[in-house]
Design a protein around this ligand. Structure first.
Ligand SMILES: Cc1ncc(COP(=O)(O)O)c(C=O)c1O
Length: 365
């Protein structure tokens, strides 16, 4: 077996002990005589699995009792619609556009009400988080149902250092690519959500953490499909229909692994060290150029490029020869991206940095 160093943005590398445990349980889970893949979601064994996943996540993050935890399907993308459907009660929300995924969320929300773009980083190629001052000012009027951010911009490699001050207006955040990489103060948000396929499991599960008062009596939009109603899902503990049983089982194991690694503070220390190695190198380099401004750099996705697409391609091909996969950036930007999520080891980052150094020496003119 030869596992590569996998820097994919998602689906992405999983902790090896989790994969090994899943493998050992695949034919028979506990003494049930069947695989978790074959098990009724209403069985006692599965009820325990989903309950454990939620309990572990609550303990790991420190989720207060007045927040519901939902395990939904449809990816982060379905929440682009789920959020306005459930939360746009007066029909007006503010969006901060800091990359492709917040723009897609904004466009989806426009189907359900009036969307105001409160800040955008488009003019500078999404290389930074824009000035958040105007957000605080705009929120004072008190007529917005929520303010939406994408807290870590997977494609551009930028991340909020501080959250916008939204006063009493609920803050809604897509934390898909930075979830569980550092402590998360859930009380700062009305709702946070994450696709699991980066730091919390595999594709097909989306974790939504939403405050009770926002769940309310039900969705704002009467045409909301039952599946998309946070009320219905919260009442049914994410089991109003057949959930992604395997995905939730896997997420539970990843949450437990994160705890065993020392929890979110320990993971943050490790993640910051991994990011530091790459950014320090990029700041010294004459061959590679980092995309994100230093004040907005992500600890999850490190984006960079060379002077020409030919050099970028040569770097990516050479990486592959050395067992380093997934460093080709998103098709919309070109260049390179190293996603250094929780399960990416320090050793993997050191291997990437060593190869970058080698490439630098070979191409420095
Ligand atoms: C920050 C962010 N939001 C949303 C999405 C879309 O996620 P999904 O493919 O689960 O719908 C992604 C995908 O990479 C992402 O990185």
């Amino acid at each position: 077996m030869a596992r590569v160093f996998n820097f994919s943005a998602g689906p992405s590398t999983l902790p090896e002990p989790v994969l090994a445990e899943v493998q050992s349980e695949l034919l028979e889970y506990g003494d049930t005589g069947m695989s978790v893949l074959e098990m009724s979601h209403r069985s006692a064994a599965y009820s325990q699995i989903i309950e454990d996943a939620e309990t572990t996540l609550r303990r790991l993050v420190g989720i207060p009792d007045n927040y519901r935890v939902l395990f939904l399907q449809g990816g982060a993308t379905l929440q682009f619609a789920g959020i306005p459907m459930n939360l746009m009660r007066t029909g007006r929300a503010g969006y901060l556009v800091t990359g492709l995924f917040s723009r897609l969320a904004q466009e989806e929300a426009e189907k359900y009400g009036t969307v105001e773009v409160l800040a955008s980083s488009e003019a500078t190629g999404h290389d930074r988080i824009p000035d958040l001052g105007p957000v605080a000012e705009r929120c004072q009027a008190g007529d917005l149902d929520y303010v939406y951010i994408c807290q870590n911009n997977t494609i551009y490699g930028t991340q909020y250092r501080e959250l916008p001050d939204t006063g009493d207006v609920p803050l809604v955040a897509d934390v898909s690519s930075c979830f569980l990489m550092q402590p998360l103060d859930v009380t700062r948000y009305g709702l946070v959500y994450a696709g699991a396929q980066k730091n919390a499991g595999c594709a097909g599960t989306t974790v939504v953490i939403v405050r009770d008062d926002l769940v309310g009596e039900g969705p704002a939009c009467p045409l909301t499909p039952s599946y998309m109603s946070y009320r219905r899902q919260a009442d049914a503990h994410s089991m109003m229909n057949t959930p992604n049983t395997f995905g939730i089982y896997l997420s539970g194991k990843v949450f437990r692994w994160a705890e065993q690694e020392g929890g979110l503070e320990a993971l943050e220390r490790r993640n910051r060290e991994k990011a530091r190695i790459l950014y320090d190198f990029l700041d010294r380099s004459r061959v590679f150029h980092p995309h994100a401004q230093p004040s907005s750099r992500s600890i999850a996705n490190v984006t960079f490029r060379c002077d020409t697409a030919e050099l970028d391609n040569a770097f990516i091909a050479g990486a592959r020869e050395r067992g380093i996969e997934g460093v080709k950036a998103h098709r919309s930007t070109g260049g390179m991206r190293a996603s250094i999520y929780n399960a990416v080891s320090l050793e993997a980052v050191q291997a990437l940095a060593a190869y970058m150094e080698e490439f630098e020496q070979a191409h420095r003119s």
